[in-house]
Design a protein around this ligand. Structure first.
Ligand code: CP
Ligand code: NVA
Length: 319
């Protein structure tokens, strides 16, 4: 949704609302268009800054490479190297970086920080993961499901923690009309406000978001099985949390309840032997590295849409 100055911030995947479907189709098109990037440089002359308060492999590299392919300049700002969090506030950082940059991505701990950065920034802000949302992951996940939509049914099962990745997967599924059933241990349910937002969107689009009684029920007949780490970044002090996840591992026994040819998905990094076994993540059903690749294509579509909508539209109409 555009603010009063026409700026779109991507804090959660539903900020793209019904545009999500076109953003994914655009990403699939550019991924398969070998010629596109020779002459299509929609970020020419633009600088895209990315602030990281937590480690990252996929997000950082896919943004840097994607921005470069679109003709822009990626600038990565690691928390230890900049004034933010030491002598400078989020609001002042937003005002300063807006004078240099055309878009800012931000990986932070508390979601309120990325919301504040967006509020005080005059250029689009993209949430590169907060404790509450991971919209860039969801865009790549939905892209991967759409790419495989002729092979699997649209029933998505989540087994694991009720976390940031689940939140945006629920919202993304609801926007695109997929059904999602989740199994989480007691005490690790998704955020109630995000859940209710996802359920409202799903209702409008004729799909469902439901809680299952256990992992076997969630994956029964599923076309997609998704899990994530049981202990997220910033929760390392909660290692005792692991005990609650007994019975939530995605292993060969559990996936035997799914549809044949199901997709196994994981945002990565995976803690092999905890939330998923090698046998599942390394099986032919696993699309985890396609998801990782699609982070780049879907972010390229998002960046072009947010920073140069006219070019996004032109490519869309001409190709
Ligand atoms: N999935 C994901 O966001 O990976 P990174 O933490 O490596 O960026
Ligand atoms: N839930 C995980 C996702 C990592 C990409 C975390 O927040 O650490």
């Amino acid at each position: 949704m555009k603010d009063s100055e026409g700026k779109i911030d991507l804090l959660a995947i539903d900020d793209l609302s019904e545009k999500l479907s076109d953003i994914i189709d655009w990403a699939i098109r550019i991924k398969n268009d070998d010629d596109a990037l020779y002459d299509f440089k929609p970020l020419d002359g633009m600088s895209i800054g990315s602030i990281y308060e937590k480690p990252s492999t996929r997000t950082r590299v896919s943004f840097e490479v994607g921005v470069n392919r679109l003709g822009g300049q990626p600038i990565t700002l690691l928390a230890g190297d900049i004034q933010l969090g030491k002598s400078e506030t989020v609001a002042d950082t937003a005002s300063v970086l807006s004078r240099y940059m055309d878009c800012i991505t931000y990986r932070c701990f508390g979601h309120e920080d990325v919301s504040e950065l967006a509020e005080f920034s005059s250029v689009p802000v993209i949430n590169a993961l907060s404790d509450l949302h991971h919209p860039c992951q969801a865009a790549a996940d939905m892209m991967t499901i759409v790419e495989n939509s002729d092979k699997v049914n649209g029933h998505i099962a989540w087994v694991g923690d009720g976390n940031n990745v689940l939140h945006d997967l629920m919202l993304g599924s609801a926007i695109l009309g997929y059904d999602l059933k989740y199994a989480v241990p007691v005490g690790f349910e998704p955020d109630v406000d995000v859940l209710s937002r996802a359920m409202d969107i799903a209702k409008k689009n004729g799909s469902t978001i439901q809680e299952a009684n256990d992992p076997a029920e969630a994956v029964s007949g599923a076309g997609v099985i998704y899990t994530d780490v049981f202990v997220s970044m910033g929760e390392e002090h909660l290692e005792s949390k692991m005990e609650s996840f007994d019975g939530f591992q995605v292993n060969e026994g559990l996936v035997s309840n799914a549809e044949q040819g199901f997709l196994f998905m994981h945002c990565l990094p995976a803690h092999r032997g905890d939330e998923v076994t090698d046998a599942v993540i390394d099986s032919p059903n696993s699309v985890v590295f396609d998801q990782a690749e699609n982070r780049m294509w879907s972010q390229m579509s998002i960046l072009t849409y947010l920073c140069n909508e006219a070019a996004w539209q032109t490519y869309w109409e001409l190709r």
